[in-house]
Design a protein around this ligand. Sequence first.
Ligand code: PLP
Length: 412
Amino acid sequence: MAQLSPLLKQATPVVVERGEGVYLHDTTGRRNLDFTAGIGVTSTGHCHPRVVAAAREQIGKLIHGQYTTVMHKPLLDLTERLGEVLPPGLDSLFFANSGSEGIEAALRLARQATGRPNVVVFQGGFHGRTVAAATMTTSGTRFSAGFSPLMGGVHVAPFPNAYRYGWDVETATEFALRELDYLFATVTAPNETAAFFIEPVLGEGGYVPANTAFFAGLRERADRHGILLVIDEVQTGFGRTGKFWGHDHFDVRPDVVVIAKGLASGFPLSGIAASTELMSKAWPGSQGGTYGGNAVSCAAAAETLSVIKDEGLVENAAARGEQLLAGARLVADKTPRIGDVRGLGLLVGSEFTTEDGQPDNATAQAAQKAAAERGLLLLTCGAHMNVVRMIPPLIVTAEQVDEALEIWADAV
Ligand code: PLP
């Protein structure tokens, strides 16, 4: 008899039978409020009827049409649809399956296009678990422990995490940019740097938003030194933050965006977008994969984009996000163990700290467990797993946010 690997440690004991909107129905017959959305994936809710219908229809026509062998219509249709929402100038798309693969595709493109070996990533960033993506990940040592040596050429610069520095945002930003210049002056030359890789909001790193001045500083250095600015929108894209792209909050022009998660409502699909000029500098044959741009995933993604637009999900994420953030702050006001509550749109994190301000993983996990016992599914994040995060589907209603906050207050 086979059993699941002990490596698979679930955050909750829930065994799901059926998903419907914001709810996961488990095998005990309980309806759980899902404020994890499959780690920020099911933005249109579980099994949105329109996404289900589009996927069903596609399955009957074509499941797999390997894109380096033949082109298929769902991929062409999706490319056209994404053209309506991509940042200006990014008119060329390449597809893969997971966020990590998207990051690796962007890394290959950046190195090939610039002929430079190095990249700069930011402290607390998470970019995935494949070897290159894990090398670029600093949101916890657990993501690469035990399988070093990893890839070379990755340099780490500070992220303006004002709360953890104990400074205001301005001071933290000035410091982080100075440290970046210091890195360039003393460790790695900017003209050996292919790209910056950055998330608009640190995701796994604890739900810490970047800011406009920081992005302006990165853009200026990127332009000055011929470095590409790769924005990892895997967790923040497709309306999650209350604007279509996370970086829309920060008035910055990316050279490459990496997309996944909210793109296809749960079907595996990721991609990179860049200008045609940049994309054509990738070496033929270096990008691709057997399953990339799967036909059913593409059909589901095209319908996901329509649902996001027709149901006003970006606007809903902004409004419900404000409600959730305000409510989570009220809960924090009543407990000294929550040191900071922050977020953007429907990405909201509550950071648990000990009395002397150190990361408090035990209390965070106890609160998460208590919430799960009360029918509210949540996840933790942060290097020490001491930030409890709320990422409900973007279809969440005001009543469901209130219900979740009530459970959260009780659990805390
Ligand atoms: N980048 C970011 C910002 C992510 O949050 C994640 C996953 O959580 C990834 C990349 C990796 O994506 P995947 O798990 O699909 O490989």
